[in-house]
Design a protein around this ligand. Structure first.
Ligand code: IPE
Ligand code: IPE
Ligand code: MG
Length: 240
């Protein structure tokens, strides 16, 4: 039906994903947790390709939260090692696919070797315009807001900013996401119905899609399903 086709053309500009369930996937397969994270790497590749194919312009992936530092040392180290490897090994392909790599979060917390790899990848892909792939690393939304409040306060104190003029733009403009549009669609895998300190400010009007599928089992089909779900939604932004 023609009506259905028009629905399919409602593509979110910015999709953000809370990639969850790697540990449970590993457990189901009687594997160590790190194998779950390694398996999740394939899903990242599939989703990046799917996002490009569907014409999504921004894709943010929640890869490591500020709270995730509390996990056992071996898991944190394993994740950091994996991240470094992925950044190195996927750089060429990101270049070919027109992906610009970006990152949000407390990047200063990352081990030096990971940061160096990240800087290289961001620098080398800076001119790409097909898809902005934003990795949320050592990311916490509350700490992001706190940092913004500090910056804004300093500007007020220095007399550069009149407190009466502070509006949504001022706050948005001091977050890590200052030059990104807000997510239109937020996906969480593994069935958990929570936000886990992710983009609290930015998702105020995002459509939310929760799937029971664990992240390592999430691929093109599940991504397309999430987009189809989004296309059926009626976004009102408080209007009627
Ligand atoms: C998500 O998978 C990846 C990270 C948080 C780094 P989990 O490791 O949280 O997997 P579960 O929730 O234990 O299954
Ligand atoms: C959220 O997953 C963080 C990432 C996906 C990186 P968690 O597994 O850390 O979240 P909780 O602990 O279930 O809320
Ligand atoms: Mg989890």
């Amino acid at each position: 039906m023609a009506e259905d086709r028009s629905v399919e053309t409602k593509i979110p500009r910015h999709v953000a994903i809370i990639m969850d369930g790697n540990g449970r996937w590993a457990k189901n397969h009687r594997l160590p947790r790190l194998s779950g994270h390694e398996a999740g790497r394939k899903s990242v590749k599939k989703v990046v390709q799917a996002a490009i194919a569907h014409g999504v312009r921004y894709l943010t992936l929640y890869a490591f939260s500020v709270e995730n530092w509390q996990r056992p040392r071996e898991e944190v180290q394993g994740l950091m090692g994996l991240l470094r490897l992925v950044l190195r090994e996927e750089l060429a392909e990101m270049g070919r696919e027109g992906v610009r790599l970006r990152a949000i979060g407390r990047l200063q917390d990352l081990p030096e070797a990971v940061r160096a790899e990240l800087e290289t990848a961001m620098e080398k892909t800076r001119g790409n315009t097909k898809l902005d792939l934003i990795l949320a690393l050592s990311y916490g939304s509350r700490v992001e807001i706190i940092e913004a409040v500090k910056e804004i306060s300093k500007e007020v104190k220095a007399g550069r900013l009149d407190p009466e003029t502070i509006d949504e733009k001022t706050v948005s403009g001091h977050l890590y996401t200052r030059d990104l549009p807000d997510p239109d669609l937020l996906i969480r895998t593994s069935g958990e119905m929570r936000i886990s300190n992710f983009m609290l400010w930015q998702i105020s009007y995002a459509e939310i899609h929760v799937t029971p599928v664990l992240w390592p089992d999430f691929g093109k089909e599940q991504f397309a399903e999430a987009l189809a779900d989004y296309a059926r939604r009626e976004r009102r932004f408080g209007g009627i």
